[in-house]
Design a protein. Structure first.
Length: 88
């Protein structure tokens, strides 16, 4: 066992609406993001974030979901688990 994922349903649903994403796509992203953390990936620095985000993009694309970072490229903190105020 790798660990547990704890995901708050109301928060994910609210974030999806605020970010203009489908609920399904945002859920897929959060589950993949959490699983990658369980596997040891992180986004503390830019290099780690780029590697983790590339894996997220690849896995989500294989599942038929859009790039979750496509509209966040200009955000102040594109590697944050919490969206910036600009994207809420």
């Amino acid at each position: 066992m790798l660990g547990d994922l704890v995901i708050c349903v109301p928060v994910v649903n609210r974030e999806a609406a605020e970010q203009g994403k489908s609920v399904d796509a945002h859920w897929a992203h959060m589950v993949i993001h959490g699983c990658l953390h369980l596997l040891g990936y992180d986004h503390i620095d830019d290099e780690e974030a780029e590697e983790m985000e590339a894996l997220e993009r690849t896995l989500l694309e294989e599942l038929g979901y859009p790039d979750p970072y496509a509209e966040d490229e200009s955000a102040d903190h594109p590697h944050s688990d919490t969206p910036s105020k600009d994207h809420e």
